[in-house]
Design a protein around this ligand. Structure first.
Ligand code: NAD
Length: 450
């Protein structure tokens, strides 16, 4: 195994300080991802303050531990070589191996990956799975690449981040634009370089390679549990509740499907190809089949279709519905559009869809928000189950997986709800306070090395 080939372990300290960042030009993308990171750190700071946390422990929780930047060549189908930049950030591993998805997207930056890694650490703490938080990503345009190019990119990226990953160290999973095939390539590359098969190095694998039953749908299933719990708590019925979903990928499609099966009415869906609206309720099964075949919801023959996704998102976010589920990307509900939100309840399927400034506006409007670190934790919970099954070389039934998922998620939901009630906090404040408190406790017990 090559030691630290092409690695740059760097700048963990400077990253989180507002205004410092990298010595490169500020542009729209960087300032957006820096804002995303500032929001995550700002929310940790605020939770630490409310908890009266020891400043020395607080310092350790607001900084990422390892940040790796890799630049690597990939041979394209044309015969030309292109250079890609990728990242892997281990935000915190105080509770166990770090864990988090890998994203392929043109907007991936170190700041975005760090923010997402921080969210993973908080999420694992909220739901009590024995992982720290990590995230990875490659800045690329996966939709414009062939399968062969994506395979070469994945294998080379895996090789470049090899010093960080491993079943006891850091375990990747799918995120935006990566899936079970990407995980299979990572698992195979890692195993080839080790010399033996290591299923536990990634989660979100196909069943045949040691994947878990129920993993592919887990984030959506968990979101549906949380949405239904919230509707009950708020005294709103589930049957016929109106729902809008932004994003129709793994998370958006599955949550829409589960809520639809449980008799909610999905009246709006958007993705990068546009938006579909139907007050009578969209046939989600049909839309899922169409979207799989056509690589997007464009062209589905029902309801009103808006081809411009930005216009469709404006309509979706302002729709007067019971529930809005942002399940696409971060920074979607911001200071500039929060006052337009028409839903009574927002359940965050995506990571970081609501900015800190928007939180305040939504709270003033009386809109409840179930935060990402609780709402979308179903994915990492079943990833944890997959990792446990891999280590034991023993496969659980789908029923067992779903039951355990429901039990962990319901427990975490009730804990956050009661904490918020007791401390007159929003659900996000409560979830952050619980997560920070749990991570602080472990940090105190372990002490600061050396
Ligand atoms: P995905 O790639 O499967 O799907 C993303 C979807 O969002 C696609 O339908 C895409 O067209 C759509 N989209 C992208 N930008 C959009 C925009 N501006 N407006 C409307 N639609 C847009 O990704 P995913 O795995 O479903 O992840 C979605 C979000 O959920 C991400 O924030 C991810 O970090 C988070 N998340 C994913 C998991 C998981 O298990 N996959 C777990 C927890 C959280």
């Amino acid at each position: 195994m090559p030691a630290h080939a092409g690695c740059d372990f760097s700048r963990a300290e400077s990253l989180y300080q507002k205004g410092s960042g990298l010595a490169r030009q500020e542009d729209r993308l960087l300032s957006q991802s820096q804002k995303f990171l500032d929001d995550v750190i700002g929310r940790i700071d605020s939770a630490a303050k409310k908890l009266g946390l020891d400043p020395n422990v607080h310092k350790t929780l607001r900084t990422p531990r390892r940040s790796l930047i890799v630049t690597f060549p990939v041979k394209m189908d044309s015969g030309d070589v292109e250079i890609f930049t990728g990242y892997r950030v281990q935000y915190n591993y105080v509770k166990g191996p770090s864990k988090g998805g890998i994203r392929y997207h043109p907007d991936v930056t170190l700041e975005e990956v760090t923010a997402l890694a921080g969210l993973m650490a908080l999420k694992c703490a909220v739901v009590d799975v024995p992982f720290g938080g990590a995230k990875g990503g490659v800045a690329c345009e996966p939709k414009k690449m062939s399968v062969d190019e994506l395979e070469r990119l994945t294998r080379r990226y895996t090789y470049m981040i090899l010093p960080l990953v491993g079943p006891e160290q850091d375990i990747p999973a799918p995120d935006v634009n990566t899936n079970y095939q990407t995980m299979s390539w990572i698992m195979d590359t890692y195993s080839m370089l080790r010399g033996y098969t290591v299923p536990g190095v990634v989660t979100g694998k196909p069943l045949q390679l040691g994947g878990s039953r129920g993993r592919a749908t887990a984030t959506g299933r968990g979101l549906a549990y949380v949405t239904e719990n919230m509707l009950r708590k708020l005294g709103m019925g589930i049957d016929g509740a109106t729902v809008c979903v932004q994003g129709f990928g793994n998370v958006g499609m599955n949550v829409a499907r589960f809520l639809h099966e449980n008799r909610c009415k999905i009246v709006g869906v958007t993705d990068m190809t546009g938006g579909i609206f139907d007050p009578k309720g969209i046939d989600i099964r049909g839309l899922a089949v169409h979207s799989e075949k056509e690589k997007g919801i464009r062209g589905f023959p029902s309801g009103e279709f808006i081809p411009d996704f930005e216009e469709a998102n404006r309509k979706l976010l302002s729709a007067k519905v019971d529930v809005l589920i942002p399940a696409a990307l971060e920074n979607q509900i911001t200071e500039s559009n929060a006052s337009d939100i028409g839903a009574r309840l927002v359940v965050e399927g995506a990571n970081g869809p609501t900015t800190r400034g928007a939180d305040e506006i939504l709270a003033k409007k009386g809109i409840q928000v179930v935060p990402d670190i609780l709402a979308n934790s179903g994915g990492v919970i079943v990833s944890y189950f997959e990792w446990v099954q891999d280590i034991q070389a023993y496969l659980w039934s789908e029923e067992e997986v779903n039951q355990r998922l429901k039990s962990l998620m319901t427990g975490a939901f009730n804990q956050v709800w009661e904490f918020a009630d007791r401390h007159r906090a929003t659900l996000r404040e409560a979830a952050y306070m619980l997560a920070v408190d749990k991570m602080a406790e472990v940090t105190r017990l372990r002490g600061i090395f050396p």
